[in-house]
Design a binder for this molecule. Structure first.
Ligand code: PEP
Ligand code: MG
Length: 590
């Protein structure tokens, strides 16, 4: 019996890959049903064997997918995801934990399910979104094993026979890679987050996608008409004729705008009064370099090195880091690559580094404080960065500096390493620029003093907003207070930009605000000459910047600084941008 779906049922999830797709559902089954049962002691050996056979079978399946994927040039750089899954199959907690549960007389699938639950709980306690999302890789491997154990055949997203919108409880990165682009118009899932590998892949493949819809699989059936908007995260089930027409129009204007944006790829971001703004890319993981190149990013304004430390028992050694940095430098051909030293602790948790629990982690031993505390680890990273600086244009960036003595301590260590390298006859860039992230209120207030110590500032608005407004950036209960347009934030940005410009040092924003094209005029008016963002945001920001002037931006900032609430600030910005660039900003927001 078909479920009844009311006309125009609107759902909102997380839009992870932009674009509008309109089509009929292809519902990808059906999670394997697992019967947890107790077994006799005499059955333990047989269950252990069954579990190991499942591991072997999963390995074979992944190797087969790897072979198929490696033949597709545009997917090759994602092969590491399948390698991660192969590594998870060897993970001690997963394998030993399941074996132990089987020995405690649980059947293999029950034992595995229990261990997957424990691993999930570990990941759920991680505040950092990117790291938390790595649990989706464990889930994908777990589901593969459960399918094998329960005899449910592998799903066939690779051979969907007709043009469809794929709806699934979850999609593994392996499945996403196998998607037949000519038939999959888009996909929506119950699970998933913005930075899951599946989301990253969807963006690479240019497939509109919305994830995290919680229970959409129980609300649809095969061939139900659906609209998905991968930019806003809106999904409309069973659209009425009016809604269908409205979205068809939106789809056309989106596609027109995208086509138009392609024309900007090789143009520079210069305002109408001839101010050049460097638009750089943020790298969360090494493969983001592909997107950065696709959108002609002028180098990398923020290379988050945390991912190098993930999913391993030991931190990466100097050689490994040196190789990774050089690889990115090789791909950016002389453009600056801003390598941020390890920014973990607090909301960014790397289980492998065995950080202690802290009562107040956001204000605890995180970022530069951790590096200065674990000086040996810090020295290894600095040596690797310095050595890599002889391969290209490296800038070094220290996170969460809250006072002058901290940056002096970093510079002292850096100088000692430079002396060592000189003694060893190892070359490095002696004029390498040193910068700091401006993320704390104290750094804003003493920005003129900090400016005397460094070559550039990079404003980390994600944290700056959290610390200025005392709002945990990961806590959904206070999310309504997390406001980039708060008058205090505008003042903090103005003070930091003024201090940098007065001192004649570089000034950049690398927090999420930089990529929001609605704020581009404000940012240029504040005096920023460099913005670093998720590479996919570059074309839109560039297009806006080419149609506005710094002078107009300065006038707008002056107006905004006289306002006392973020609501007023937001209304003025909305109006201003809609009037200036109606083709980009006139679309009603849902
Ligand atoms: C920031 O805080 O704005 C920033 C760019 O750093 P992260 O998001 O990595 O903390
Ligand atoms: Mg930060």
């Amino acid at each position: 019996m078909k479920i009844k779906v009311a006309q125009d049922t609107y759902l909102v999830g997380i839009g992870v890959s932009p674009g509008i797709a309109i089509g009929a559902v292809s519902l990808l089954d059906q999670r394997p049903h697992v019967d947890k049962s107790l077994i006799e002691t005499t059955e333990v050996e047989a269950e252990l064997l069954r579990f190991h056979q499942a591991l072997e079978r999963a390995r074979e399946q992944l190797q087969k997918i790897k072979q198929a994927v490696s033949r597709q040039k545009h997917l090759r750089e994602h092969l590491y995801i399948l390698d991660t899954h192969l590594l998870i199959l060897e993970d001690e907690m997963l394998v030993d934990g399941t074996e132990q549960a089987i020995r405690a007389q649980m059947n293999a699938e029950g034992a595995l399910l229990q261990v997957l639950g424990q691993l999930r709980a570990l990941f759920d306690n991680i505040d950092d979104e990117y790291l938390r999302e790595r649990r989706s890789d464990v889930d994908a491997v777990g589901e593969r094993l459960l399918r094998i154990l329960t005899g449910v055949s592998e799903r066939t997203v690779g051979n969907i026979g007709q043009k469809s919108l794929v709806v699934a409880h979850n999609l593994s990165p392996a499945e996403t890679m196998q998607m037949d682009r000519s038939n999959v118009l888009g996909f929506i899932t119950d699970k998933g987050g913005r930075t899951s590998h599946t989301a990253i892949l969807a963006r690479s493949l240019d497939i509109p996608a919305v994830v995290g819809l919680e229970s959409v699989t129980s609300m649809v059936y095969d061939r139900l008409p659906v609209i998905i908007d991968g930019s806003s995260g809106v999904v409309v089930l069973n659209p009425s004729e009016g809604t269908f027409k409205e979205y068809l129009d939106r789809k056309q204007s989106y596609e027109y705008l995208e086509k138009d944006l392609e024309c900007y790829r090789d143009l520079s971001a210069v305002t109408t009064d001839h101010v050049s703004i460097a638009l750089r890319g943020n790298l969360e993981i090494a493969s983001d370099i592909v997107q950065a190149k696709k959108h002609a990013a002028q180098g990398i304004g923020l290379y988050r090195t945390e991912f190098l430390y993930l999913g391993r028992n030991e931190p990466p050694n100097e050689e490994e880091q040196y190789t990774s940095y050089c690889e990115i430098l090789r791909q950016t051909a002389g453009e600056p690559v801003t390598i941020r030293t390890l920014d973990i602790g607090g909301d960014k948790f790397v289980p492998e580094l065995n950080l202690e629990d802290e009562a107040n982690p956001a204000m605890g031993l995180r970022a530069i404080r951790f590096s200065l505390h674990e000086e040996q680890l810090f020295r290894v990273q600095l040596r690797a960065i310095l050595r890599a600086s002889s391969c290209g244009n490296v800038r070094i960036l220290f996170p969460m500096i809250s006072g002058v003595s901290e940056i002096r301590a970093c510079k002292k260590i850096l100088e000692e390493i430079q002396e060592q390298l000189d003694c060893e006859g190892i070359s490095y860039d002696k004029d390498l620029d040193i910068g700091i992230m401006i993320e704390t209120p104290s750094a804003v207030l003493i920005a003129p003093m900090l400016a005397e110590e460094v070559d550039f500032f990079s404003i980390g608005t994600n944290d700056l907003i959290q610390y200025f407004l005392a709002v945990d950036r990961g806590n959904e209960h206070v999310a309504y207070l997390y406001d980039p347009l708060h008058p205090a934030i505008l003042r903090a940005l103005k003070a930091t930009c003024d201090a940098a410009n007065d001192a004649g040092i570089g000034i950049c924003i690398c927090g999420e605000m930089a990529g929001e094209s609605l704020y581009s005029l404000v940012l240029v008016g504040l005096g920023l000459n460099e913005l670093s963002m998720n590479p996919s945001c570059i074309p839109r920001v560039k297009r806006v910047l080419r149609q506005v002037s710094r002078e107009e931006g300065e006038l707008l900032v002056e107006k905004l600084l006289a306002l006392s609430t973020s609501k007023e600030v937001s209304t003025v910005i909305d109006q201003e941008m809609r009037n200036r660039l109606p083709d980009i900003f006139a679309q009603p927001r849902i």
